[in-house]
Design a protein around this ligand. Structure first.
Ligand SMILES: [Zn+2]
Length: 140
């Protein structure tokens, strides 16, 4: 229950899973099914910071494909159905489950990046100064 009582995490989950702006929570952050808007129409937050990359696909596969795999194996071992049974049951569940969960996961990750002010660590320093990582290692 400690995670749910954390207001920061509660805000990330609420705004991200509903697809609302992580700063104001009033306007949608998506301009399409998975495409983020350029800015929030309510508060003007620039969404260029958001780089969720493959994160939503990873989490969508984890919650859909991983449990489904056990069901498919169980059905195959228990009932030994012909291959087309999996084609008309498992494949649609996999596809719909992944597509339906991509948007909430993308919203959650984009909101998490904003709230936690996530950025690539030291990317600017490394690109400008080849010895930046060596200097950073010298820091206590
Ligand atoms: Zn906003």
């Amino acid at each position: 229950m400690a995670l749910i009582s954390n207001p920061k995490l509660r805000w990330i989950v609420w705004s991200g899973w509903k697809g609302l702006c992580p700063r104001c929570g009033k306007a949608p952050m998506f301009a399409g099914w998975l495409k983020l808007a350029k800015t929030c129409p309510a508060c003007g937050l620039d969404y260029s910071y958001a780089s969720t990359d493959d994160g939503p696909a990873f989490f969508a596969l984890c919650i859909t494909a991983f449990p489904l795999m056990f069901v498919v194996v169980w059905v195959q071992v228990r009932f030994d159905p012909p291959w087309w049974v999996h084609l008309i049951t498992s494949v649609p569940i996999l596809v719909l489950g992944c597509i339906a969960s991509l948007r909430p996961f993308k919203g959650w990750l984009a909101a998490s990046q904003y709230v936690n002010q996530a950025a690539e660590a030291g990317a600017a320093d490394v690109s400008n100064d080849p010895n930046a990582s060596a200097k950073a290692d010298d820091q206590p």
